[in-house]
Every structure is written in structure tokens, then in C-alpha cells.
Design a protein around this ligand. Structure first.
Ligand code: HEM
Length: 228
């Protein structure tokens, strides 16, 4: 196994995971009050709403799909009676459907950020990079899923990418598992790790501040101020 593949499939992923963890601790300690996805809603509302809803409706099932596709060994789903063909069709059509929603949302959000002058002016370099990188990752994920299925139907990511990914998590990395993976998937996976490395220094930190208690909390009552 050559140096480059050791770097790409062992060192780089661990580096991104380490920066992800240490970066969050550092950011929380030093920059707590900027822990936000700075809103641009007051500049433009409609595209933000459509893009954001599509993106979030798509990305949540896509994440769940990644957790099951990468985390659950093929032998387990087979033991449950789910044939490879059935799993593959579910991943292709389910993943494809939610992938399209995610991609459509990302296209709208990125176009908005770059084409509306006042939104662009309000955006930091990191906002612009996150937008373009997310769009790229989602596009490469869709491209790999659809194109590989047509061009290389025999390729099974659950026998290569997923086994490699789990190896990383249990500290038994094996770069050789990535050797025969189609290049579009390699680009998707590497850019996926890079966004994890950038995460703590960007607006993406807002993900950890979802106000879940908002749903169940009691109402705040606003009353008109009566001048006495
Ligand atoms: C960090 C490591 C990542 C790995 C190892 C990974 C791996 C994969 C694999 C194996 C697929 C194909 C699934 C299939 O054909 O059923 C895929 C598809 C996809 N990925 Fe990723 N991915 C990663 C990160 C990301 C990130 C960060 C995003 C989004 C921001 C993303 C978005 C997508 C999308 C939209 C698809 C196509 C739809 C789908 O199949 O769910 N991925 N990814």
C-alpha cells in the first residue's frame, strides 16, 4: 500500500475527526457568543425558506441512510432476510429521492448566497466555502449513486467503503479496501471528511444547537404595553 493511499484513507480521515472534536471544544471555549448560523432572513425570505426546507427534508433521511449503509454490516441485513437486491433498490430509490431534495435545496441556497448582492456581502468566506463544498459533496454523492449503478452495477459499497469506514471507527484502518472504489465515490468520501474538519470553524456549528426544547416548552405570552 503506497504512501498516498495511507495518507488519503487513514491519516486524513483521522486528522479530520481529531480537528472536528478539538475544534468544537476550542470554539465553544473561545467563541461561544458567535456560535450561530448568522441569519440572513431579514434580507431575503422566500428562497431561503424553500431552499432550507428542501435541504433539511432531504439531508435528515440521507444521514440516516449513511448511518445504516455504512454502519450496519451486510451480513446483519442478510440475516434479517433483506436480500442484497432489495437493500440496493431501497438505497438507490430512497437515497436517490432524498438526495434530489437535498441537492435541489443546496442549489437554491447556493444560488441565493451568490446572486443576491446583499446576502453575498453579509457572507463570510467560510459561509461561501461551506455552501459550495456542501453542494459539491451532495452532487458527488448523487452522481456516484446513480452513475456507478449504471456503469458499474457490480460495485457494492457495502463490501468496500462501509467495511473501511467501520475499520476506521474501531481503530483498525485498512486503506487497501478503498483501492478499487470508483473515483467519484473516493472524491465524495474525501470531501465528506474535509467538511467534518472544517465544521467547528463554520456556521455548521448551529446543528448542535437545535432548540429541541422549543417544541415542548410552554408558550411565552406577549402583552401590549398599556401606557398608564
Ligand atoms: C464522511 C464520509 C461519507 C461517506 C463515507 C459517504 C458515503 C456515501 C455512500 C457509500 C453513498 C452511496 C449510498 C448509496 O448508493 O446508497 C453516499 C451517497 C450520498 N451521500 Fe455520502 N458519504 C459521506 C459524507 C457525506 C456528506 C457529509 C454528505 C452531505 C452533506 C453526503 C451526502 C450524500 C448524498 C446526497 C448521497 C446520495 C443519496 C444517498 O444515497 O443517500 N455524504 N455517500
Amino acid at each position: 500500500m503506497n504512501m498516498l493511499s495511507q495518507f488519503l484513507w487513514v491519516i486524513l480521515p483521522y486528522l479530520c475527526i481529531a480537528v472536528f472534536i478539538v475544534g468544537h471544544i476550542f470554539r465553544y471555549r473561545t467563541d461561544k457568543f458567535n456560535w450561530t448560523a448568522k441569519s440572513s432572513e431579514f434580507i431575503e425570505k422566500k428562497q431561503l425558506m424553500v431552499g432550507s426546507i428542501l435541504f433539511h427534508l432531504g439531508i435528515i433521511p440521507v444521514i440516516l441512510g449513511h448511518v445504516s449503509g455504512l454502519g450496519i454490516p451486510k451480513s446483519w441485513t442478510q440475516a434479517l432476510g433483506i436480500s442484497d437486491h432489495l437493500y440496493h433498490m431501497g438505497a438507490l430509490y430512497g437515497g436517490g429521492f432524498f438526495g434530489v431534495l437535498t441537492l435541489a435545496g443546496m442549489i437554491i441556497l447556493t444560488a441565493r448566497r451568490f446572486t443576491i448582492k446583499s446576502v453575498r456581502k453579509l457572507s463570510s468566506a467560510s459561509d461561501l466555502i461551506v455552501n459550495v463544498l456542501l453542494l459539491f459533496i451532495v452532487f458527488m454523492g448523487m452522481f456516484s449513486t446513480i452513475v456507478t449503478n449504471v456503469v458499474q452495477p457490480e460495485f457494492d459499497y457495502r463490501e468496500s467503503i462501509s467495511v473501511w469506514f467501520r475499520g476506521l471507527l474501531i481503530l483498525r484502518p485498512d486503506a487497501s479496501l478503498m483501492a478499487d472504489v470508483p473515483v467519484s465515490f473516493k472524491i465524495h468520501v474525501l470531501s465528506g471528511f474535509i467538511i467534518f474538519g472544517l465544521w467547528p470553524f463554520t456556521r455548521l456549528v448551529h446543528v448542535w444547537s437545535v432548540p429541541l426544547n422549543y417544541v415542548g416548552r410552554s408558550y411565552i405570552i406577549y402583552r401590549k404595553h398599556r401606557a398608564s
